[in-house]
Design a protein around this ligand. Sequence first.
Ligand code: SF4
Ligand code: SF4
Length: 78
Amino acid sequence: MNKPDKGKLEIKLDECKGCGLCVAACPVKVIEIRPDLINVQGYHPASYKGSGCTACGTCFYTCPEPGAITIYRLVPSH
Ligand code: SF4
Ligand code: SF4
């Protein structure tokens, strides 16, 4: 059985400038730049791969765009 995720990441695609800092900073490498998407600012945005986030907060503190990244800490289910 897989370990349950501790966190969940939301990136507001239209706020992201596609700088890639969060991608490089994430210790578990669960963020990717999406070359298949272009946002309203004309950038390829970053997005969460969908699982594996530990809610460490590194991407949030690394991102230069206020409000682009929201991290949710998931409460373990019993
Ligand atoms: S909170 Fe940590 S583990 Fe989760 S996506 Fe951001 S850097 Fe990666
Ligand atoms: S650090 Fe912020 S602006 Fe840069 S790619 Fe990640 S979410 Fe986008």
